[in-house]
Write a protein of this length. Structure first.
Length: 331
């Protein structure tokens, strides 16, 4: 009967899917991959159901364990008309069982543990890639500029912070094993760190983080948007010890370091002035010992000195000692 659900029907669909995937599996396995990304309606539905049911991981990815629970839940129904899943749209009801079977086969044949969902599908990706190649630009940078324009961000301040954070990054990148991709992420976060001001000055870092987490930003994966959101969320105000744990779960130690680099860059440009800043140099003795050298007479920058002193306390909340050295003062 059409729309019937049972173990035999499901196994038959999985077997058929396995046969199709097996023909290309060896090629993919030989090449390897860093991240598995899925898109389009059925994958979106499966992922959303597992998130709503509490079967996904902390990054809200579709996992093998979550898919297994989804399959078990599915097989408790006898017909598609009986299915009740939180987050399932009516137009996906008829195709969901087959979609789950295919996903089940994909995870099995390729040996996957998790899958990241992307709102963009193949046609959008091809279009964005072609546009970028023709115009010699990264579509992500175009998206960043568009967001800055939409939320009327201060471009001069964004440039100041971006230049400073690049200087800080260059001093520690090798020691902290940071890459060019990390540099690009940090630069884009510097450009976007004040977009929350369009909503409210109070707590604008939280507003900016929300916008970056939930906006449709062409060229960025959901993971990248999550990284940007955390960078913006933690670029000012107090740091809590438990927030470091949250950041580490999302992006590991690297994201923790990038958050702290952005904080320093924003702090050093607190005056929002084009006047020459003191010469600065950031280095690390080890991952828990950072040193910021400030050249010149500290008496010229009394507010900066006070801010840096306060920032040392915030760094300690994230288990990092920030030593500040100058001819005039040592903290």
């Amino acid at each position: 009967m059409e729309g019937e659900i049972n173990q035999k029907v499901f196994d038959k669909a999985v077997t058929a899917a396995r046969k199709e995937i097996s023909g290309i599996a060896n090629t993919y396995k030989a090449a390897g991959w860093d991240t598995v990304v899925g898109s389009s309606g059925t994958i979106k539905a499966c992922r959303q159901i597992t998130v709503n049911m509490g079967w996904s991981n902390e990054k809200e990815e579709l996992t093998r364990e979550g898919l297994e629970k989804l399959k078990d839940k599915l097989l408790k129904y006898k017909h598609v008309t009986e299915m009740e899943f939180d987050g399932l749209k009516e137009d996906r009801r008829a195709v969901l069982p087959a979609g789950i079977a295919i996903l089940y086969a994909v995870f099995d044949v390729l040996g996957l543990d998790k899958l990241v969902y992307s709102d963009g599908a193949l046609r959008e990706g091809v279009m964005y890639d072609l546009l970028g190649r023709f115009q010699h630009e990264d579509i992500r940078d175009r998206s960043v500029h568009a967001l800055m324009g939409r939320y009327n961000a201060d471009t001069k301040q964004a440039e100041r912070v971006a230049n400073t954070v690049q200087q800080l990054f260059n001093g520690v990148a090798k020691s902290l094993n940071l890459t060019n991709d990390d540099s690009d992420l940090l630069r884009r976060a510097a450009c976007l760190h004040e977009i929350g001001l369009a909503i409210s000055h109070s707590g604008y870092h939280r507003h900016g983080a929300y916008l970056l987490q939930h906006s449709d930003i062409p060229g960025f994966s959901q993971i990248d948007q999550n990284y940007l959101s955390h960078l913006v969320a933690h670029h000012r105000r107090k740091l809590r010890g438990d927030s470091r744990i949250d950041v580490s779960k999302v992006g590991g130690s690297k994201l923790v370091y990038l958050c702290l680099l952005l904080r320093l860059a924003v702090l050093l440009n607190h005056s929002r002035s084009d006047e020459m800043l003191p010469a600065i140099e950031l280095s690390v003795s080890n991952e828990q010992q950072w040193q910021l050298s400030v050249s010149g007479d500290a008496k010229q920058w009394p507010l900066l000195v006070a801010d840096l002193h306060d920032e040392q306390v915030q760094f300690k909340h994230w288990d990092i000692e920030l030593n500040i050295q100058s001819e005039q003062f040592i903290y």
